[in-house]
Structure formats: structure tokens, C-alpha cells
Design a protein around this ligand. Structure first.
Ligand SMILES: [Fe+2]
Ligand SMILES: [Fe+2]
Length: 258
């Protein structure tokens, strides 16, 4: 399933949403195309490489990729890198904290000289002249985490923030949808997002952006300024893991040690 999230004459944002296999966590991969050059956002794991490549080829040849942007270091984000790097010349953009972990995804020499380390404060860059912003989202959930803002499409790609598994619809576009969707996001958020403080800081920061759509790396997107603001308000107050963890998580498993 490819969904065009935004399109004008020069610019397209595409979501690939059903490329994982049964029993694996569903994930979304994204392609941004500007003037026939591309950015692949969270290229995905080893097992979906062929599917992503096939889906992408309708829009852009792999050789036209300029950037592979990894929001963080998880396997569903970038463990397929080893297959992507030989077929394109794209650089790998990832938080500076994770640069030295990238070789663990690749055969020797493949990633060298191709990594753009994103500093903690984020950065502005471009795709064929079209501006993009690596937006800091540390601790949401990874300790070195970036979201991607596309000011042309007015889309904020939020990585694992706002993730949902098995949402009732692919596009949350009404108040009723949103109410129904909140409990579907909450389970992941309550365990994977460590800090309410980080969530509040994030919401304050992203309110400065002009956002029409929130697009996470798992599950449904949220469309329209009104619902985007509702999402921010939910993120600010929803329970997170470390602030609400139960003391009984820190007990040794019962049973004999020998
Ligand atoms: Fe993750
Ligand atoms: Fe993820």
C-alpha cells in the first residue's frame, strides 16, 4: 500500500504502510521526492528491503536517493542499510550519538565516509533545494532521536511518537476518529516513551512549526491542524514509562538460582 501524503508539481511525500510480514511489527517507510531526487526516511529492516525497493521504484530509482534519514537506531528503522548502501550514493543521516553503531548494520567499509552526524540540536538541510528540518526528539523514545519536518508538505514525521498498532483507520481525520485512536496509541506510549518532561518540552517546541499532518513510523497518521493540536495536548499529559513505572518491575524473578 502506497499512500501519497502530499503532492505538487515538484514535491511528493509517500507512505509505504503494509510491507512487513505476518507476525512482525507493522512499520511505515517514507519517501520524499523533490525534483526527481529522493530521501528515504527510516528505510526499515532487512526483511522488508525488497518490498520497499519495489514500492519505491514506481516513484524513483534507488540511484536518485540523496539521503537515507534514520530517526533513531532501532532495527525496524535501519537494519536494512546493508542492502540499501550498495545500490545508491545516499548519505546516512542519524543522530551523532549513533554514528559509531552504524557499522554494526553493514559489512565493513560500506558506510564509511557516508554518514552525516546530526548534532543534538538538530539541523536544517535540503533535498534538491527543498528545505527539511531534523527536529530534536531525544528520549521520544531513543536517547538520540530526530523527527523530520517537511515545511513544503507541512508534515511532521514523528518516528515512534504517536505509534499505533492496528488502528481502526489509516487516517485519523475527525474528532471521533481521534477519540477512538487515543487508547490505541496509549499502550505503546505508556511503555516506550520514558519521560513526561521530554514530552512537554517537545510539544512546546513543535507548536512553533506549521503542521498539517502528524505521521508516525507505525500505524495511522493524524490529519488537520485541530487534531494535530489535540495530539500535542495528549502527548503533554499522557502517562510515560519512567515517570509512572511500578516498583515491582524491579524484583528478581522468583525461583532457585542453581
Ligand atoms: Fe523505536
Ligand atoms: Fe519503531
Amino acid at each position: 500500500m502506497s499512500i501519497i501524503l502530499f503532492e505538487n508539481e515538484d514535491h511528493k511525500c509517500i507512505k509505504f504502510g503494509d510491507l512487513t510480514h505476518d507476525g512482525e511489527v507493522q512499520s511505515n517507510q517514507f519517501l520524499i521526492v523533490h525534483k526527481k531526487r529522493g530521501l528515504l526516511l527510516d528505510c526499515g529492516g532487512y526483511r522488508i528491503y525488497k518490498n520497499v525497493l519495489g514500492a519505491m521504484s514506481r516513484y524513483l530509482p534507488a540511484g536518485a536517493l540523496e539521503h537515507i534519514f534514520l530517526s533513531h537506531q532501532d532495527p525496524d528503522i535501519g537494519s536494512g542499510l546493508n542492502l540499501w548502501l550498495p545500490i545508491c550514493k545516499a548519505d546516512i543521516m542519524i543522530c551523532a550519538l549513533w554514528v559509531r553503531f552504524i557499522p554494526a548494520f553493514c559489512v565493513r567499509g560500506l558506510a564509511e565516509e557516508r554518514i552525516t552526524a546530526i548534532p543534538d540540536k538538530g539541523m536544517r538541510f535540503d533535498l534538491a533545494g527543498s528545505p527539511l528540518v531534523a527536529v530534536p526528539a531525544h528520549f521520544l523514545h531513543s536517547c538520540g532521536n530526530f523527527q523530520l519536518y517537511d515545511p513544503v508538505a507541512k508534515i511532521l514525521f514523528t518516528g515512534d511518537l504517536g505509534a499505533s498498532l492496528e488502528p481502526h483507520t489509516e487516517n485519523i481525520a475527525t474528532e471521533e476518529d481521534f477519540q477512538q485512536h487515543v487508547p490505541v496509541m496509549a499502550g505503546f506510549h505508556n511503555r516506550f516513551m520514558p519521560s513526561t518532561h521530554a514530552c512537554k518540552c517537545w510539544a512546546t517546541m513543535v507548536r512553533q512549526l506549521d503542521v498539517e499532518m502528524i505521521v508516525p513510523q507505525h500505524g495511522a497518521r493524524i490529519t488537520g491542524k485541530n487534531l494535530v493540536e489535540k495530539f500535542y495536548a495528549w502527548v503533554e499529559q499522557e502517562k510515560t514509562a519512567v515517570d509512572n513505572f511500578a516498583d515491582d518491575l524491579y524484583q528478581l524473578p522468583s525461583g532457585a538460582l542453581s
